[in-house]
Design a protein around this ligand. Structure first.
Ligand code: SAH
Length: 374
């Protein structure tokens, strides 16, 4: 039996159409007494032609457009705030229909093309409001999980940011708020629409799903033949420390995680990326290098070494309060050792500022600002 997808509607019951597949839109227009092909037209308007309102859908009759206005929504997020940082990174804060904050971050690459434009524009999108996983270094953890985002809200982050900046987004990473692999159905439904060639949004080869290690979803992704890239937030190489820093490790430990990664590789033949935040004195020793190297040799892979972004503004307690970034010297030393072990290492920007990882911070800061100004 096909699972019903979640839908959202506004206070007067208008259904949000963004996120609907062709078939779902056909069913929707049929419920309004229209022929199914109208649904396919709306699909094209929403995604390929990037229409922002029903008024723009000029191939539909005026009365039908009016019917849509009365029964449906073409957008569900409201832009609350945006910030540009000196390195060109743009953060956007949206509000959902039910009043939750969702953030997205646009990161232009430092590499430039012939016109001196960034070669890539990567959008970091959120998949949940908050997150249930409680990773001790992550700002989103302190929000807990409010709810899953629906596919339309995930897609809309992309469409809205493109509209706002007037530039095409070239890459997508599911690295904003939330654990995408705990919202599997809506996340992969959004992937389906992003990667539909008819929509010309983002190809699968330029989409990355990042997970803290939800083992059943990693296997399912392999079984489903998904073609997007997989990144694993490993960060720690011993179960004792990973249990403390990432409680999900108590459910799926490193051995199980590695088995899932191997399963994924055997099925897909796609390399994986490991993310590794470097903390001072916690996971930055020569033993860590050796363990990390051993892990990464299991399947073709590379490692993103990420500087830790302190989350002091969340007023951390317990172990969270004891985490500090490794010094730049230690960072370079660690990378050098990893490379000598033959590991393919990626480091973000020369400034050492990893903006992706700052995801999750804007919404929280915003809440703090609102609370403080009450
Ligand atoms: N839940 C998913 C995706 C969201 S987090 C996951 O865990 O992969 C995206 C990445 O940012 C993860 O690798 C996460 O571990 C990292 N991250 C979270 N907080 C960070 C911080 N304070 N500094 C650096 N990286 C952080």
């Amino acid at each position: 039996m096909k699972k019903e997808r979640k839908e959202i509607s506004d206070s007067v019951g208008r259904r949000s159409l963004l996120g609907m597949s062709r078939e779902e839109l056909e069913a929707f227009v049929t419920s309004l007494g229209e022929p199914a092909y109208r649904g396919r037209q709306v699909y094209e308007w929403l995604y390929k032609k990037r229409a922002t309102s029903f008024a723009e859908m000029t191939s539909l009759s005026q009365p039908l457009r009016q019917q849509f206005d009365e029964n449906a929504l073409s957008r569900s997020l409201t832009l609350l705030d945006h910030q540009e940082s000196t390195d060109g990174t743009l953060k956007f804060l949206f509000k959902t229909l039910d009043g939750y904050n969702v953030e997205s971050v646009l990161i232009p690459s430092e590499a430039r093309d012939d016109q001196d434009e960034p070669k890539r524009r990567t959008l970091c999108i959120s998949s949940q409001v908050g997150c249930p996983l409680d990773c001790k270094f992550c700002a989103t953890a302190s929000m807990k999980l409010k709810r899953n985002l629906v596919a339309g809200e995930i897609l809309e982050q992309h469409l809205r940011v493109e509209e706002l900046v007037g530039e095409r987004i070239t890459n997508l990473v599911y690295m904003g708020m939330g654990e995408p692999m705990l919202n599997y159905d809506e996340v992969f439904h959004s992937v389906r629409i992003f990667t539909d060639p008819a929509n010309d949004l983002v190809p699968a080869s330029r989409i990355t799903i990042s997970t803290s290690g939800v083992v059943p979803s990693i296997k399912r992704m392999a079984d489903d033949g998904e073609r997007v890239k997989l990144a694993i937030s490993l960060h720690v190489t011993t179960n004792g420390d990973r249990d403390r820093l990432m409680p999900i490790n108590r459910k799926f430990d490193i051995a199980e995680l590695m088995d899932a990664v191997e399963y994924y590789y055997r099925k897909t033949r796609r390399p994986v990326t490991y993310e590794y935040i470097l903390f001072d004195g916690l996971n930055d020793s020569p033993e860590d290098v050796r363990r990390l190297a051993r892990i990464t040799r299991r399947v073709p892979s590379k490692v993103n070494v990420i500087p830790f972004h302190p989350i002091d503004f969340t007023e951390p307690t317990g172990i969270s309060a004891e985490l500090h970034p490794a010094s730049p010297e230690r960072f370079n030393y660690f990378i050098g050792m990893l490379q000598r072990e033959g590991v393919q290492v990626m480091v973000r920007s020369s400034s050492g500022v990893d903006i992706d990882a700052a995801c999750g911070q804007l919404a929280i800061r915003h809440e703090a600002i609102l609370l403080a100004s009450k």
